[in-house]
Design a protein around this ligand. Sequence first.
Ligand code: NAP
Length: 437
Amino acid sequence: MSERRTIGVALLGLGNVGGGVVKLLEDNAAAIEARLGARLEVRAIVVRDPDKANRVVDVDKSLLTTDMMAAINRPDVDIVCELMGGTTLAKEAVLAAIKAKRQVVTANKALLAEHWAELFTAAETAGVDVYYEAAVCGGVPIIRVLREGLASDRVESIHGIVNGTSNYILSTMTETRRPFAEILKEAQELGYAEADPTLDVGGGDAAHKLAILVNLCFGTIIDVNAIEKDGIDVVDPIDLSYAEKFGYVIKPLVIAREHGRAIEARVHPALVPSNWLLADVSGAKNAVYVQSYALGPSMYYGAGAGMLPTAMSVVSDMIEIARNMFARAGSQVPRPRPVESRPMVPVADLESSYYLRFGVHDQPGVLGQLMTILGSHAVSIAQVVQDGAPGRRDSDTPVWVVVLTHRAREGDVRNALAEIDALPIVRERARVIRIAG
Ligand code: NAP
């Protein structure tokens, strides 16, 4: 730590979040200093091309450098803040910072989800911390809630909306009943969705965040690639209308809970009862609904992305690190309890209620055939709607049969659907969306 009451910071990356951090450290400098009793001072900013580096905020050009290792190893740098994204260079940089005994802040969920054990083992060996509040839900302080607020409690389950792009697209589809592809294109034009939206709409980004949440809630490291995930592109406007008729809205959810030693973790769009708090989380907002033993239900809501909300989490991590440094409290971040891996519940054994939409030929006996097959696979029916309104159909439009099931095993549902999809009466493969709650 430097002699003066200042903490030196090196920023790796000056994009949206990096720019936000520079701005927030300037805009809130007095308040931060009053709370911390010290200044957080940026000593170096690593960029790829200094000539292009002033796009988001104006910075003192003398801080800019392309020499990452020199910036990390500067003797006046206490905290290294990785805000580049990606998992290759970012991992090298974070490991180098840990080796140089710098405290680390990162907003990089992919890096944490994929290399958690390696990073935290290295940090433990070096006696430094890795803070990552911004990595899950941007500005919503869910990591601090799980680590500190609920430290004396036991989390039983979490349901979250943790990808703002997917939530924005599904919310807009719900409001306008326009198709997924059209809203996605519009979101890309407005800059709300990436040019390659796969990670967001396919559930990969949410799976990274869920792996981190599972880690904190259940004290285990799970393989992010083993998380069952479905993208939101399975949702058609007609599903939103049927969901509404049944009293639900469709939301992009992450779900996790313990089943004894096994962990259930999944990412998919789900029908959420319209009286749930999560049903009201719209647009690009994020929320995590936690069910815990002592507190019961609680929900944490806010901006899951954006320059200043995300920077706020990053700078709050810096403040916490600085306080620990002044208190000489050493490492504060609880490691995953004995790093034992726990099994994931196999996909076939996951249980849920289901929304099934079948596109079938309009002929007698169709409903009976569907029900017989579902019943033979132990999938019991809660509600059925057959869309037979005259005049709505032509030879190209299937008749929709929509079924809500009671709780069933995923494996049984998949076996039933495989049999149904092969029937001559089927015109369109079944659309399957799980029901939460
Ligand atoms: P971004 O706008 O793309 O910024 C990334 C920055 O890193 C760019 O300025 C980029 O430089 C720089 N960079 C990349 N490789 C570099 C290298 N080799 N050397 C130096 N600089 C390099 O991304 P972002 O939105 O700020 O996101 C940063 C991190 O925060 C990611 O891990 C992201 O997942 C996480 N995060 C973002 C948000 C959000 O709202 N944006 C929310 C939560 C978490 P160039 O400009 O030269 O490419």
